[in-house]
Design a binder for this molecule. Structure first.
Ligand code: MN
Length: 209
């Protein structure tokens, strides 16, 4: 496993293939308040590419943006709703097409309520992810070895997880339903940013009664 750290954008000429696992690290859980610090990507080959953003508000990154918007490249997330909203707000990009392992898990693994990435990777891949660096300062000028390894680990297993969940979805006849949920995700993220997150005080989900 190699972790490649890039500053401000992906390097020129890097081809991550037709299916790219992506995750983001931010300064917090509110996309409008908390800035995007890191975007992690993997082609599913055991390596991770980390794009670090420095100064607040500086998000040029033309190569990363092109990849996010490329209709020929499927972007695989775990809880993509958040990452897609974060990248739409900070990078000004509509990420598509997308796949979400959390939604796939909820549709396929109805025998459990454990759909966190750690639980999913443990059960399906047999790897125990450390979450020790999850809540750390991702805007630090220099990221620690632990931070880099943690950030990378969030994208390194998503291809395997997706393959297993795809088989389970097919087994249960839910492939089309899952695809429709994934297609709706960018709209769900746009609703979150536009004020229909459904998690505010006294505020219910748009689709609730
Ligand atoms: Mn992460």
């Amino acid at each position: 496993m190699t972790v490649h750290l890039h500053h401000g954008d992906l390097p020129e000429g890097l081809d991550l293939g037709p299916v790219v696992a992506i995750d983001t690290e931010t300064l917090g859980l509110k996309p409008r308040r908390d800035r995007l610090c890191l975007v992690q990507l993997s082609a599913g080959d055991g390596d991770a590419h980390l794009v670090k953003f420095g100064a607040p508000g500086v998000y040029e990154a033309p190569r990363l943006k092109a990849l996010l918007a490329d209709p020929k490249v499927l972007k695989v997330f775990h809880y993509g709703r958040f990452d897609i909203a974060v990248m739409k707000h900070h990078l000004g990009i509509d990420t598509q097409p997308v796949y979400c392992t959390k939604i796939a898990s909820k549709l396929a693994r109805t025998y459990t309520d454990k759909h966190g990435l750690k639980d999913l990777v443990k059960e399906l891949v047999g790897v125990d992810l450390s979450k020790a660096s999850q809540s750390s300062d991702w805007a630090a000028a220099t990221l620690s070895r632990d931070q880099l390894d943690y950030a990378a680990s969030d994208v390194l297993h998503l291809h395997k997880v997706k393959a297993i969940l795809d088989a389970m979805l097919a087994r249960e006849g839910r492939t089309a339903l899952a695809a429709q949920c994934f297609a709706f995700l960018p709209t769900r993220a746009a609703l979150d940013l536009a004020g229909w997150a459904g998690d505010g005080e006294g505020e219910r989900d748009l689709f609730a009664h």
